[in-house]
Design a protein around this ligand. Structure first.
Ligand code: EPU
Length: 286
């Protein structure tokens, strides 16, 4: 009951972009302890371990993934509640949309930017996801993770190095749960910001299958604006296409392969380098 294992699970089922080959071992642990055992067992045997949440910022190659892919789901990973301090405790498998609604119902403001984000808490911590000028770690009080020695530890926010879309320690540690802070606020204020976020997202971002923003914003110019200026909106490679709504999204027109998406990413990066001297870094995890 503590975990479920599947062999050669198609990753296309676990990515919002709907692309990607099979994962050799797909494992869903229900408890932190089961998660720890899977990681330690694999590490002892030199088997590669990755963690995949909602797959909303993920691009898996068509050849798939060798080794173990852990998907935190069920049990403690899906729990989300308000504690006595008015903080919100959420497991790695909780969707940000869910966290946003738990906060809204409890009259806690500051989580409205998460309303339309398809990813879960684990992924948001891993990459310090953000929107509307707010980032995940702006609201983290502490985080529980499995460290590189295979121990479950609680880290206070001050002990965690955090950058724009990058949390270096989570390359080695795995986030299991976090405690978030917001501000008591009126339903009117929360609803207004919720609506602002929804309207902005609906009017600027595509609804078609994608992995969200493909590139990190470089210093010089927002990546979407740059791709737009390079004239790439609507350009395609097979069934993968740069969104007409937003230049930093690549959408799957149906049946696209990872190879096509990667080909398009390479073309854009080359063009940005050659024409503008800008080195684009991917935000999606490949
Ligand atoms: N722009 C264009 N053409 C385009 C797209 C954008 O000219 O095709 C311009 C916009 O008009 C605006 C500027 O570029 O002046 C920035 O665009 P936007 O406001 O859409 O924000 P962004 O920097 O592209 C960031 C996050 C998004 C997040 C939005 C909303 C990054 C890489 N992206 O986008 O996050 O949803 O802000 O707050 O930081 C994601 O992480 O997957 C993601 C989509």
């Amino acid at each position: 009951d503590e975990l479920e294992v599947r062999l050669y699970e198609p990753m296309r089922r676990h990515s919002t972009m709907l692309v990607g080959g099979p994962a050799q071992f797909w494992i869903e642990p229900r408890t932190f302890e089961a998660f720890r055992e899977v990681v330690n067992y694999s590490r002892e045997r030199g088997i590669a371990v990755r963690v995949v949440g909602r797959g909303s910022n993920l691009l898996v190659r068509d050849g798939g993934i060798r080794g173990v892919v852990i998907h935190p789901k069920g049990g403690a990973f899906d729990q989300c509640h308000v504690d006595d301090d008015g903080h919100i405790i959420a497991g790695a498998g909780v969707r940000l949309k869910k966290l946003a609604s738990v906060a809204r119902v409890a009259g806690i403001g500051g989580f409205e930017w998460m309303e339309g984000i398809p990813g879960n808490v684990g992924g948001a911590l891993r990459m310090n996801a953000g929107a509307m000028g707010v980032e995940t770690f702006d609201q983290v009080v502490r985080m529980t993770c499995l460290d590189e020695d295979g121990e479950i530890r609680v880290l206070p926010r001050d002990g965690i190095e955090v950058h724009y879309r990058n949390v270096p320690s989570l390359r080695r540690h795995f986030a299991l749960q976090a405690v978030f802070r917001g501000e008591k606020d009126s339903a009117e204020n929360i609803d207004r910001r919720w609506e602002e976020s929804r309207v902005k997202r609906r009017s600027t971002q595509p609804v078609a299958a994608s992995a969200g923003c493909v590139f990190k914003n470089p210093q010089e110019v927002p990546a979407g604006m740059l791709v737009d200026q390079l004239g790439y909106k609507g350009s395609g490679e097979g069934r993968a296409e740069v969104s007409l709504e937003h230049g930093n999204f690549i959408v799957n027109r149906g049946g696209a392969t990872a190879t096509e998406v990667l080909g398009l990413i390479d073309r854009i990066r080359r063009e940005a380098r050659d024409k503008r001297g800008i080195e684009l870094e991917t935000e999606v995890k490949i």
